[in-house]
Design a protein around this ligand. Sequence first.
Ligand SMILES: *[C@@H]1O[C@H](CO)[C@@H](O)[C@H](O)[C@H]1NC(C)=O
Length: 316
Amino acid sequence: MKVTTEIISWNETQSESNYSMVTEFIFLGLSNSRELQIFLFVFFFVFYVGIVFGNLLIVLTVSFDSHLHSPMYFLLANLSLIDLSLSSVTAPKMIADFFRKRKVISFKGCLTQIFLLHFFGGSELVILIAMAFDRYVAICKPLHYTTIMCGNVCIGIVSAAWGTGFLHSVSQLAFAVNLPFCGPNEVDSFYCDLPRVIKLACTDTYRLDIMVIANSGVLTVCSFVLLIISYTIILAIILRRPSDRSSKALSTLTAHITVVLLFFGPCIFIYAWPFPIRSLDKFLAVFYSVVTPLLNPVIYTLRNKDMKTAMRRLKK
Ligand SMILES: *[C@@H]1O[C@H](CO)[C@@H](O)[C@H](O)[C@H]1NC(C)=O
């Protein structure tokens, strides 16, 4: 293993303190095989372009089409914005890094990636819960829908999403900023995230691992359980009183549930699974960096008649 650590000359006081000596991290990337690299490069490039266009299209369509000015579409547009941001934290760097021999990220860059990843991830989680709540009110309390989901509530939800993302991210990062890094700096992945970066610290990381599981892990598992219960209740209610509107509701719900499974599956495996399989969770991370953010626009728009009509109107 080649040692690529660059150690600045430290004076004695600094090396005695807990100060980190690692100034950059090296990503090992997804694969070393040339053929696989070319394939992955094309795959990620196409997906990322799709993510940018797809999600921007949703945001523009919802913003400019007054027929779509309802809580569900506002939340959807906000979800698209978050998806685009989440993907932009990791994907562009990964794509640019593909053919670099040395995939370097600065220490600060690495912390920034961790911060933004958890910031947008935490916000996405709240938006997904809010979308479930919105469907619950629409389907189970249709008469009260406009009073419950009024403009202020929507703005409150979106603010709560950003607030939660921020608090979640800061509370996790607070533990990582002061970790002593004294040499090992190879991250076996294509982006920085806590479980992997913690492993490189020159200290007993057991408590930090627990902290990540307690924060990210519990948050994802609890939200996931909450969402599954909510959607089960909504589905049960729809199936009990079938009507002509229920088939449309059913297709919206299956779209939501698919997105929830795709988002939480990899997250739970990465943060909450007690016996992580390192080589596998590297590939699972691909899911929430390029697959889920692309599937949202695909799932929500291709199967949604209102959205399709609105896009056609926008084109004119
Ligand atoms: C996000 O939601 C808020 C509150 O409903 C809404 O005003 C805003 O337009 C949404 N953002 C986007 C990009 O649609």
